[in-house]
Design a protein. Structure first.
Length: 104
């Protein structure tokens, strides 16, 4: 699931505080943040300003574009709960808008 960098980083901060953040990486172009979500999420995901597609191109665990890398040296990364993420993305958008950095 991808969102703009500013929105994604705000969401990462909130998720970290709640100890609910799974693996997160910056996209290859650097313009978006990609959250790993459980398989099947793309079929039900509808949130303006974000996109969710099936299948993930995971970076090697040592790649510097990981914001929250997979646990250990395993290529299998822990996903973020999709519905927790959706709620946090809404909260992050509200925070950014209140701070004069929105709308997204």
């Amino acid at each position: 699931m991808t969102v703009q960098v500013r929105h994604g980083l705000e969401a990462v901060d909130i998720l970290r505080l709640r100890r609910a953040c799974g693996a997160v990486q910056q996209t290859s172009g650097g313009s978006a943040i990609a959250f790993l979500v459980p398989a099947g999420t793309a079929l039900r995901w509808h949130l303006p300003g974000s996109s969710c597609t099936p299948g993930a191109d995971l970076l090697p665990p040592t790649d510097p574009r990981w914001i929250i890398p997979p646990a250990g040296a395993q290529p299998c990364a822990r996903p973020t709960d999709a519905w927790v993420l959706r709620s946090v993305l809404c909260e992050a958008a509200t925070t950014l808008t209140a701070g004069g950095l929105g709308p997204l």
